[in-house]
Write a protein that binds this ligand. Structure first.
Ligand SMILES: *Cc1c(COP(=O)(O)O)cnc(C)c1O
Length: 449
């Protein structure tokens, strides 16, 4: 195969998302009410989510139609290319074949519009006027602000303070799309005000920003909340990437041996690997390997247990790998990977040994980003660079001819502050120590089973 880029035409774009839930022999543990510790009922979620998304969250249907208006907006950037990274292969001297699925070509510059567009659409259909959300590095806020504009809705974004300060350009894009953005902790919510009272200089965390966005939605009738990762419906929407990859590899005449992605809440990685779950469950030899930061090593060092999704203990309890909802990860530059938990689907599949994970330090991640840039030319996001580091390691370990596909989750053109710190030798390689993990995990609630 001489082709460098494998493109699909708009008419080849998948028209259904793939839902893995009915496939699981051992079903997911249900979300629990934080008060009663009993499984939560769908109507309890209606204060913050539209009915259609709650239905998808628990759906028993394997294939779900992508609504026509969502397909129309997808067509602004989908299908996305699958690229053979031949120059990267040469640079690292591997005989493995490396491909990447390029989700950086979306308007927001990441995979996140795949679910933002769908979520805005379903909310619009149910009469919602405004969406509130949190954002870490700013990519999710950008994606949702764009998606809300497509459906003529308002958007309010609570952005983790340390990213808000490190990455002012994301806030500018969010505002240019018509959204509003506040640094979190903010004085707009009671949870934000209480943290500010204790620590006016708080850098914030995703868990805290989620608390603020949920409080905003729950206290306004015309407003609902949107989450950019973790939940089953988000992962459902992201499967469009893996479904496209399947078609593209078929065109290339390739079968994948290893699928790779970085994990924050787990949605881009899940989108790539989940369409391959049926093959994997039938015993085909295909590895799913996830990369995460040493500073937030949820899959490699966390506990598989029920925990809150946010700091203020407002969300339902989810059974997942977690570092404890009170954990404030050190302010590393891959802001999108600073979440204490992990999606229940990815957690479940990791517990059942379908998924492997490795954790990396910032400097080795940026070393890998530099190799990629200097061979392929594009500037990857710091999050994406975790997947690149892992891909390079796996390619060096691989048998000749093995096929590795990684998800290129976003570009790094708005992360140049991080590249600058790396080039000046100012990046710190902070790990999360075993003592800190043990301490943070004490905060996980006991649910009695
Ligand atoms: C948000 C983000 C991630 C991490 O989120 P997941 O839900 O784990 O995919 C990774 N890469 C980029 C570029 C992101 O914007």
């Amino acid at each position: 195969m001489d082709e460098v880029k494998i493109n699909l035409t708009a008419k080849d774009m998948p028209r259904k998302w793939y839902n893995v839930l009915p496939e699981l022999t051992d079903p997911l543990a249900p979300p629990l009410d934080p008060e009663t510790k009993k499984p939560i009922s769908p109507d309890q979620l209606e204060a913050i989510f539209p009915k259609a998304l709650i239905e998808q969250e628990m759906s028993g249907q394997s294939w779900i139609d992508i609504p026509e208006p969502v397909l129309e907006i997808y067509k602004l950037y989908r299908p996305t290319p699958l690229v053979r990274a031949r120059r990267l292969e040469q640079a690292i001297g591997t005989k493995a074949r490396i491909y990447y699925k390029d989700e950086s070509v979306s308007p927001a510059g990441s995979h996140k519009p795949n679910t933002a567009i769908a979520q805005a659409y379903y909310n619009k259909m149910e009469g919602v006027k405004r969406l509130s959300t949190e954002t870490g590095a700013g990519q999710w806020g950008t994606a949702l602000s764009f998606a809300c504009k497509m459906f003529d809705m308002k958007c309010t974004v609570y952005m983790v303070r340390c990213s808000y300060d490190q990455k002012p350009y994301r806030g500018i894009i969010i505002r240019s799309y018509g959204g509003e953005v506040f640094p979190s902790p903010s004085d707009k919510t009671s949870v934000g005000r209480s943290i500010l009272a204790k620590d006016p200089g708080s850098g914030g965390s995703l868990g805290l920003a989620i608390s603020e966005a949920v409080e905003d939605a729950a206290s306004h009738k015309d407003t609902k909340y949107a989450l950019g990762s973790v939940l089953n419906h988000v992962i459902l929407h992201q499967t469009i990437t893996g479904l496209e990859v399947k078609k593209q590899l078929e065109i290339a005449g390739e079968k994948p041996d290893i699928l790779v992605g970085c994990v924050g809440g787990g949605s881009n990685f899940a989108g790539l690997v989940i369409p391959y779950m049926p093959e994997k469950m039938q015993g085909e030899k295909i590895r799913f390997v996830a990369a995460e930061p040493q500073a937030c090593p949820t899959l490699t060092k966390g506990l598989f247990t029920y925990d809150f999704g946010d700091m203020a203990r407002q969300t339902p309890l989810l059974k997942m790998y977690t570092l404890g909802h009170s954990y404030f990860p050190p302010p590393i530059h891959a802001g999108g990977l600073r979440y204490h938990g992990e999606s229940p689907i990815i957690s479940h599949l990791t517990k059942h040994e379908y998924i492997e994970a490795r954790a990396y330090f910032q400097n080795e991640v940026f070393d890998a980003a530099k190799i990629f840039m200097q061979s392929q030319g594009f500037v990857p996001a710091p999050e994406t660079s975790h997947a690149i580091k892992l891909t390079i390691d796996l390619a060096r370990e691989a048998e000749p001819g093995q096929v590795i596909v990684f998800l290129y989750s976003g570009h790094g053109l708005l992360d140049l502050g991080a590249y600058d710190a790396y080039l000046k030798g100012e990046l710190q390689d902070k790990a999360f120590s075993d003592e800190e993990i043990a301490e943070a995990l004490k905060a996980c609630p006991s649910v009695g089973f």
